[in-house]
Ligand binder design. Structure first.
Ligand code: DX5
Ligand code: ZN
Length: 253
């Protein structure tokens, strides 16, 4: 066997081994969920389809009630229409920036939501809400605002599917990424190695590496994806950064 052929085979074997070890040891994977908040809201259906065609893994839908946050978006009637318009496949992660999140669980499930991500700050009984979301057939996401410590989320981490660490004050798209939230992500990753951890707010090509290194694997990106001339490339770049960090973490273990 000549030297060139041997080195090519060696490289392939190493890649195969790395791929196998990563898929065996890591329960989570890189997923990119565009936030359609900053898209043309009069064309939400086609914007959602466009994002899925550009390689989005899921759609992050921001529900605001003008009370929990100082902004207003849409509710379950809009989600029902979107589901009809985009079909059964796209995964809807509902980011519920609302007071009394308990009241929208059943309507959102009926409208076709897949995951109900509520804010810890908005409820006095997270345990009961988690149970109600599960009984409605949705996955459970639990979000914390920048002022909430990760230790407050930790008691619920084994009962949820995803933890959302906000990297801006919730309410508006296009804000500056808060890098000082990254220790929360790192701590969660160290304590809960297989938990889905999402970041949301100011995440794009300039900030993704911090998120990926800290251990986030579900990436919400609004303006960076929506306002790009080439959303497909931005989504691919974000996913590659996260996948590489996951791979590195699996090799370091
Ligand atoms: C903010 C929302 C985010 C926002 C993200 O309250 O929860 O999902 O739309 O948008 P960018 O990526 O522009 O910060
Ligand atoms: Zn959001």
């Amino acid at each position: 066997m000549n030297v060139l052929r041997r080195s090519v085979l060696g490289l392939l074997a190493a890649r195969l081994h790395a791929g196998t070890s990563s898929s065996r040891s890591m329960a989570y994977s890189a997923k990119i969920g565009p936030s359609i908040l900053s898209s043309d809201l009069s064309c939400l259906g086609s914007e959602c389809v466009r994002m899925m065609e550009c390689g989005a893994d899921y759609l992050h839908l921001d529900v605001m009630d003008g009370h929990f946050v100082p902004n207003l978006t849409f509710g379950h009637p809009m989600v029902e229409c979107l589901r009809k318009s985009v079909g059964q496949d796209p995964f809807f992660d509902m980011h519920m920036m609302v007071s009394r999140p308990e009241q929208w669980v059943k309507p959102m499930a009926a409208a076709g939501a897949n995951q109900y991500t509520f804010h810890l700050e908005a409820t006095t009984n997270p345990g009961n809400l988690i149970k109600e979301i599960r009984e409605s057939g949705m996955k459970v996401g639990l979000a914390i605002k920048p002022g909430t410590t990760v230790e407050e989320l930790a008691p619920w981490a084994n009962q949820i599917d995803m933890a959302l660490v906000m990297t801006v004050e919730p309410g508006f798209g296009g804000q500056k990424f808060m890098e000082d939230m990254m220790p929360k992500v790192s701590w969660l990753r160290s304590q809960f190695p297989s938990l889905d951890i999402e970041v949301d707010g100011g995440v794009g090509p300039d900030t993704i590496h911090k998120c990926a290194e800290a251990g986030a694997n579900m990436i919400v990106s609004g303006s960076a994806v929506i306002s790009s001339d080439d959303p497909r490339s931005v989504i691919a770049l974000l996913r590659t950064a996260v996948a590489e960090a996951i791979q590195k973490r699996s090799l370091d273990r």
